[in-house]
Design a protein around this ligand. Structure first.
Ligand SMILES: [Mn+2]
Length: 341
């Protein structure tokens, strides 16, 4: 099965999921609201229909998503605890992964145990994606929207509140709370359905968007003071150094939404943040307001993502990479501008 951005027959997908009894759900490292929400939604559905199901991720769940972790249903992979259970699963389903490598050790666990693996995702995947079943729709605003479409096919009964909570978190976070350009009528219809089911959307909003640690605000403050501009203010970038992270004892989770913040500046079309990961690598994040695509730029650095939100990892020190990243980005924006004329 390879629905690589082609029409998805959810009935066929359901045949595969229904025929499995023991199913393990996972998502990418440093999981986000879309990955976690999608897992949780399908978990509650599969539980209800009597499957033996577990959510096992390679990274722990960020605190702000704790409310999704009812009855500790989201587990972090621990070889001693999980290898026996995982070994004879009938199916692994990977959500929102972008690249199978982003499940880290779980990819090896799945392959070495010959577990059939299904990819449900809205990121682009190459034809040699490595999944037994590949279900990709890059027009989907969130993987959670695809899970909703699947459940429409798979369930006779309406969605439960628990399922809706997962889907709502997925759609809300991947649309930047229904603000980004990917927000479509389907996203809003899902929101209506979730409100109808009694999902406490304001509670979820506050948990996710009004829950900044003081650490995050301190790093954000320094990040803002480092912003540089080019191309008459259309291109803005900033840097988060390892020093800044250590100074405030910040973790990666404290940095969420930084690139969105730079994009929110008036006149900025493309935002770039360079994060120093360690002495030999940097992580970069792009955001675009929509005039310029940025997944092509991320791709030129070996990364990828969506047209207006993308990223890459560069195996060079910050000092070595900084100028190169900024100049390459600037040139690729200029290239695109030329083509528009
Ligand atoms: Mn997503």
């Amino acid at each position: 099965m390879n629905y690589n951005n082609t029409y998805i027959d959810w009935g066929k997908v359901d045949e595969i999921i229904s025929s499995a009894n023991k199913i393990f759900l996972t998502t990418h490292e440093n999981p986000d609201g879309d990955g976690l929400g999608s897992e949780v939604a399908l978990y509650h559905h599969l539980n209800e229909v009597g499957k033996e199901v577990k959510i096992i991720n390679c990274s722990p769940t960020p605190d702000m998503y704790d409310f999704l972790n009812t009855n500790s249903c989201i587990e972090t992979y621990d070889e001693n605890k999980h290898s026996e259970w995982v070994k004879n699963s009938d199916l692994a389903i990977v959500f929102d992964v972008g690249d199978f490598e982003r499940t880290r050790s779980l990819k090896d666990v799945i392959y070495s145990n010959n577990i059939p693996v299904m990819n449900i995702d809205h990121h682009p995947h190459p034809d040699n994606h490595g999944f037994s079943y590949n279900i990709v729709d890059i027009k989907s605003a969130a993987t959670g929207c695809m899970v909703r479409s699947y459940l429409k096919e798979a369930r006779d009964k309406p969605l439960t509140k628990e399922i809706c909570e997962g889907i709502y978190v997925a759609v809300m976070t991947d649309t930047g709370c229904f603000r980004h350009s990917n927000t479509d009528t389907y996203c809003h219809s899902i929101a209506i359905e979730c409100l109808d089911k009694g999902v406490n959307t304001n509670f979820i909003y506050q948990k996710i968007y009004e829950n900044s640690s003081k650490t995050r605000v301190s790093v954000l403050g320094e990040m803002i003071s480092n912003i540089g501009y080019d191309l008459d203010g259309k291109f803005a970038w900033s840097i988060v150094t390892d020093n800044m992270m250590n100074k405030y004892h910040a973790t990666k989770n404290d940095l969420d939404g930084f690139a969105d913040f730079i994009r929110s500046i008036r006149g900025v079309e493309v935002a770039l943040i360079i994060y120093e990961v360690d002495l030999n690598s940097c992580r970069i994040n792009f955001r675009s307001k929509g005039t310029f695509t940025v997944n092509n730029i991320a791709k030129s650095f070996g990364g990828g993502g969506h047209a207006f939100a993308s990223g890459a990892v560069i195996n060079k020190s910050l000092d070595e990479a900084k100028e190169m990243i900024i100049n390459t980005t600037k040139n690729m924006i200029l290239e695109q501008r030329k083509n528009y004329k």
